[in-house]
Structures are given as structure tokens and as C-alpha cells.
Design a protein around this ligand. Structure first.
Ligand code: KIV
Length: 284
């Protein structure tokens, strides 16, 4: 038995608990994770909300946008994250194409995440009528659903990669979408790349918590992509991300040290292997 099974399981964070945290004025800590090892570290560090983000298309699979990742790939990664999590709420991201054609697709794919992967909630992007209908149907099916507004990466080809809601009209549109997704049953709202003042004003008008990314300090909580936080994705460093470590450099150096020792004949040392007395006919 390992430590995961022997120590007492902490009370799990639920979607309702996130709302209670907002009422108590406790900031919600959210982070992405895409595999067992990373989920276990995030959970151990006290993260409340682990998102199996479709950003895994880029940081785990090497695509240049989030669009190519499939439902099957998302389910595969979500299963691993669930195995590594004891306390945090695990939210699985509905990928591009999994809810775009119909509300029925949205509910079926949301249910797959709970049934096949063990996720506790799902997230989808956008606040237009179709997405509001998807949120309503998923919520009415008894599946907690997180909305994602502001910059929505799955719509990158339509809206560009830029800060949203900077003009009076677009600020009002964002607020209207936030109220609509809340009314439809979203249990919280991710706000990505919106001006801090706008995100704070939206947060004040909602009952449910907001989770900001590049949206200032006035949200109910914050989310980051774990690879940005740990310096593990050298291809791109978003302005909104703060690096708490430079693991890319640390890991490349460690692997380089291993390679050097293998080539130089100093690894493995005697203690890294089992040893026996050889029978006489095999001895030197
Ligand atoms: O996929 C993701 O990582 C996300 C976060 C940026 C919120 O949606």
C-alpha cells in the first residue's frame, strides 16, 4: 500500500464548496494538471480545483493550438488526474467539437467525463445562446459545469489571441454573458484575459465564483497552466503567467548529467544493481 491509500482522505472539494468559499471570502486556488504525477503534486500542495484543460493539446501533445485534442485523449488524461487526486475538484475541459454541433453532444460528452474518467465537473467555452443552452442542459443533468468567458482559446480563429472586453459594448456583452451562464446553472465562471477592472465588476455582479487567468486580482480565485507556473513550456511565456520555477532548465540539466555519466561510464554505480557470486563456469 502506498501513501495514497494509507493516510486519511481529506474532505473532497465540491462545486457547492467552491460557492461556499466565495461566500466566506476565501480565494480559490485552481491549476491545470494532465497526468497522475502532476495531479498528485497539485493536490498535495492544496490546490482546490484541478482543471484537465484542453491546453494539454499544446503543453503535453505539442500541437500549436488547443483545437486538435479529442474527447478520447481528454478522457485518457482525466482518468490519470483523477487517480492522482484525493481532495481537489477535478474539472474536465470539453474539447473543441465536443459540444459545438448540439446540446445532446454536450450532455453525452459531459457524462462521459464523469462516467468513464471519474471527473467531478466539466468546463466549456463561450456564452452565446448555444453554449448557454449546453450549460443549462448539462447542469439540469446533474453535472456541475464551469463556464469560460473572455478570451476563449477554442475560438482563436474567430476572435484572435488578445485581451477581450476593452470597449463599452464588449464589456456590456461580457457581463450579459456572465449573467446568462450563471442563470443557466454554471457553478463558476472562468474569466480569461479581460481587464482587471472588468473582471472585478463581473465578479461583484455574480453569485457564483469567478476564476481569473490574466484577469486581475478581483476574481474569486485564480487559475494557471501548470507548465507556465513551473517553467516547463519554453515555447511561449504568456504575459499573465508568473514563473515560480524553471523546471525546463532544471530537467534538461539533470537529463544531461545522466547522459554524461552513462557516456563516461560512471552510471550505474555498484549500488544501483543486484549482485551475486557467479558460478565457476561463468566467472572471469
Ligand atoms: O485549457 C486550459 O488550460 C484552460 C485554462 C487556461 C483556463 O482552459
Amino acid at each position: 500500500m502506498d501513501a495514497m491509500t494509507t493516510t486519511k482522505k481529506p474532505a473532497p472539494v465540491t462545486a457547492l464548496e467552491l460557492q461556499a468559499m466565495r461566500r466566506r471570502g476565501e480565494r480559490i486556488v485552481a491549476l491545470t494538471a494532465y497526468d497522475y504525477t502532476m495531479a498528485r503534486m497539485a493536490d498535495e500542495a492544496g490546490v482546490d480545483f484541478i482543471l484537465v484543460g484542453d491546453s494539454l493539446a499544446m503543453v503535453m501533445l505539442g500541437h500549436d493550438s488547443t483545437l486538435p485534442v479529442t474527447m478520447d485523449e481528454m478522457v485518457h488524461h482525466t482518468k490519470a488526474v483523477v487517480r492522482g487526486t484525493r481532495r481537489a475538484l477535478v474539472v474536465a475541459d470539453l474539447p473543441f467539437g465536443s459540444y459545438h454541433a448540439s446540446v445532446a453532444d454536450a450532455v453525452n460528452n459531459a457524462a462521459r467525463f464523469l462516467k468513464e474518467a471519474g471527473a467531478h465537473a466539466v468546463k466549456l467555452e463561450g456564452g452565446h445562446e448555444h453554449q448557454v443552452n449546453c450549460i443549462r442542459a448539462i447542469a439540469q443533468s446533474g453535472i456541475p459545469v464551469v463556464a469560460h468567458l473572455g478570451f476563449t482559446p477554442q475560438a482563436v480563429h474567430a476572435i484572435g489571441m488578445r485581451v477581450q472586453a476593452k470597449t463599452e459594448d464588449t464589456i456590456k456583452a461580457l457581463l450579459a454573458q456572465a449573467l446568462a451562464v450563471e442563470e443557466a446553472g454554471a457553478c463558476c465562471v472562468v474569466l480569461e484575459l479581460g481587464p482587471a477592472e472588468v473582471a472585478e465588476a463581473v465578479t461583484q455582479r455574480l453569485q457564483v465564483p469567478t476564476i481569473g487567468i490574466g484577469a486581475g486580482i478581483g476574481c474569486s480565485g485564480q487559475i494557471q497552466v501548470v507548465h507556465d507556473l513551473l517553467g516547463m513550456y519554453p515555447d511561449f511565456q504568456p504575459k499573465h503567467a508568473k514563473r515560480y520555477a524553471d523546471l525546463h532548465a532544471t530537467m534538461v540539466a539533470a537529463i544531461g548529467a545522466y547522459a554524461g555519466e552513462v557516456r563516461g561510464g560512471s552510471f550505474p554505480e555498484a549500488g544501483h544493481s543486484a549482485h551475486v557470486e557467479l558460478p565457476a563456469q561463468l566467472g572471469h
